[in-house]
Design a protein around this ligand. Structure first.
Ligand code: CTP
Ligand code: MG
Length: 171
């Protein structure tokens, strides 16, 4: 195993621009373990792409994460998570519960992220300048994650090689 230190029960924070493939990767975990900011925006506003609902959705995400970590359950955060303040709040909560933290960088090339936007319906399309800035922030975050307190930092493409291991965790 390349990453023997991947915890069985921890907080897994996906990091990547829109279109990077975070939700696709998240589907390799049992759905009850995945907290999707998009899905929660939909829950509070009927529109997963409604940015105005982000604050309310983030409140609920943090509440559910809190209750799951109190049960020591593995949780995957499916959101861009490219801002340090957002990540710090997640890491701080995990530390409070003694849960190990894993940052998974979904470092898909910007050109691919942008091209995938063009295939989406209007309501799910993220503007190009926002995708560019998210991608820049993802690259910038890379060298900061250990200092932020993440116990493990891995790249998503490495997860493909870890698939047998992850499947075992998912059972
Ligand atoms: N996709 C793909 N191959 C992959 C990963 C993703 O073809 N290895 C495609 C998906 O089928 C989807 C698109 O790329 O149509 C975007 O992937 P998604 O997982 O939705 O990206 P997210 O990072 O979740 O984007 P967002 O932040 O906007 O939710
Ligand atoms: Mg997604």
């Amino acid at each position: 195993v390349l990453y023997p230190d991947l915890p069985e029960h921890g907080l897994i924070v996906l990091i990547g621009a829109s279109g990077a493939g975070k939700s696709t990767l998240a589907r390799t975990w049992p759905s009850s373990q995945v907290l999707s900011l998009d899905a929660l925006r939909g829950t509070v506003s009927d529109e997963p792409g409604n940015q105005e609902a982000t604050g309310d959705a983030a409140d609920i995400l943090k509440l559910i994460l809190e209750r799951r970590m109190a049960r020591k359950l593995n949780t995957v955060i499916d959101a861009t998570n490219v801002e340090e303040t957002v990540r710090m709040e997640l890491v701080t909560a995990a530390k409070r519960h003694g849960m190990p933290t894993v940052a998974v960088i979904v470092a898909t090339p910007l050109t691919v992220c942008l091209q995938r936007q063009s295939l989406r319906p209007d309501s799910r399309r993220v503007p190009e300048d926002i995708v560019r800035s998210q991608h820049r922030a993802m690259v910038h975050s890379h060298q900061r994650l250990t200092a932020e307190g993440f116990n493990t930092v891995i790249f998503a493409d490495a997860l493909n090689r870890l698939e047998p291991y992850l499947n075992r965790l998912s059972q």
